[in-house]
Design a protein around this ligand. Structure first.
Ligand SMILES: Nc1nc2c(ncn2[C@@H]2O[C@H](COP(=O)(O)OP(=O)(O)OP(=O)(O)O)[C@@H](O)[C@H]2O)c(=O)[nH]1
Length: 424
């Protein structure tokens, strides 16, 4: 979620930078046009009054400044087209046609402006809209032509006008065709970028999630724990973690097959996720072992949350296909709360010791540090847990399986196990 927002902000920033760059280029072209008009006036090719010239240049400068200002102040985001392409094109076209109409000697030179404006549109307009703009430019040129010819006192050189008209027509058609090609390339690039972004998103997701359950994986868990530790080391911030291990999970695999085991892990993952608050994290450490990270949570609150979770897991009924009976299970939970400046490894080791004690307690229970500290068997358990390199000893099965269609729940196997000495 957090990364999605950051990615959106980054995309918006890049889009705004691109819009600003384009509007600055358009502004540069507009100012260059003004300098040509000024030179023409200075050299006597333009019979405008000083006021006329100054007004034209002032309006051009204002238009040139307006769009970059709108974009850099982010006011452009209020418009339906935040790139303001259409508005910029319309303004620059209007200024060019005006100059063409009222400066007959410059008309053939200003044709280049039409081409530049069309080129500007090539990068924003769709292949469908571009021909319409090209046609509108042709019409604008005709209007400017008629207007400028009507102002002319000297005889009209029709052969020259024909040549200029031909250049305008061919230029507009040529740029439109190139624009179509560029638009095609742009569309292909956009498609490829979308695919790349999707692939990147998937890779990022795969890097942090456990494939089977969709929960965070061990690597991301460590990252979360480092972040929580950082918060806690900086100030008044408690957090706790819980190691959750399903009881007698092996029996589900052995009795109903690996697919039933996988389904169970997925259902358990969803139950844990649903049982926790939005601010908490849950990861699968591997096998049937999960870790919860309870943000901003005192040891007492952690115990309450873990108890609710234990009950939710106890109430979970997993329905299997093919007439196989439903599965019910329990989980043992070991809790540890972060102690100032301790290492993440130490915190995890303490949670693991508590989990070990919960298993020793007969399973389906929660052990936290308070339980461990007050228990007479605590030292023994700590020693066993930290020196234990072999898998824990498997006791008799007590996985409960309910018959489908809500018949009475029956133990799958009913070996009566002498419960171990209870710590809890
Ligand atoms: N279906 C499935 N089984 C897995 C997966 N990962 C580990 N397992 C199995 O989980 C079982 C874990 O068994 P144990 O470590 O003996 O634990 P347990 O049977 O839950 O017993 P206790 O933890 O002592 O209550 C093993 O049979 C593993 O093969 C998995 O991704 N899918």
């Amino acid at each position: 979620m957090e990364t999605d927002i950051l990615a959106q902000q980054h995309t918006l920033l890049l889009a705004q930078q691109l819009r600003l760059r384009r509007s600055l280029m358009a502004a540069g072209a507009g100012l260059a046009n003004s300098s040509v008009i000024f030179s023409a006036w200075w050299l006597g090719y333009l019979d405008w009054s000083s006021l006329h010239l100054t007004s034209y240049i002032a309006i051009t400068c204002l238009v040139c400044l307006l769009f970059p200002l709108l974009i850099s102040s982010r006011l452009n985001l209020r418009f339906r087209d935040p790139s303001l392409t259409h508005a910029q094109i319309s303004w620059h076209l209007l200024l060019t046609v005006y100059a063409m109409a009222l400066a007959p000697d410059l008309r053939s030179l200003l044709v280049i402006n039409l081409f530049l404006i069309l080129l500007f549109a090539v990068f924003r307009y769709t292949p469908r809209r571009l021909p319409w703009l090209a046609a509108a430019m042709g019409v604008c040129y005709l209007i400017a032509l008629v207007f400028s010819l009507s102002l002319r006192s000297s005889p009209i050189d029709w052969r020259y006008e024909w040549l200029v008209g031909q250049v305008v027509l061919l230029g507009i058609i040529g740029i439109s065709l190139i624009g179509g090609e560029i638009a095609g390339l742009r569309a292909a690039l956009k498609r490829r970028n979308t695919h790349l972004a999707e692939a990147m998103h998937k890779i990022e997701e795969l890097a942090v999630t456990d494939e089977l359950t969709g929960l965070y994986n061990r690597r991301h868990l460590l990252r979360i724990l480092r972040r929580q530790k950082g918060l806690s080391d900086r100030g008044q911030y408690d957090f706790s973690i819980g190691f959750i291990d399903l009881d007698y999970f092996k029996q589900i695999n052995d009795t109903f097959g690996h697919d039933a085991g996988d389904l169970t892990l997925q259902k358990v993952a969803a139950t844990i996720r649903a049982s926790l608050r939005d601010v908490d994290y849950v990861a699968r450490l591997g096998g049937e072992e999960f870790v919860i990270v309870l943000a901003q949570t005192s040891p007492q609150a952690a115990h309450q949350i873990a108890e609710r979770l234990r009950q939710d897991l106890e109430a979970l009924i997993i329905h299997l296909e093919d007439e196989r009976p439903d599965i019910m299970l329990t989980a043992s939970i070991g809790l540890a709360s972060y102690q100032p400046k301790e290492s993440i490894e130490d915190l995890m080791r303490r949670a693991d010791q508590a989990l070990y004690a919960a298993k020793e307690c007969g399973r389906n229970c929660i052990i936290d540090e308070a339980d461990l500290a007050t228990s007479p068997l605590a030292e023994q358990i700590k020693e066993t847990a930290s020196s234990c390199t072999e898998p824990r000893q498997q006791e008799a099965a007590v996985v409960f399986v309910a018959e489908p269609a809500s018949t009475q729940q029956q133990p799958l196997e009913t070996d009566q196990v002498e419960p171990p000495a209870r710590l809890c």
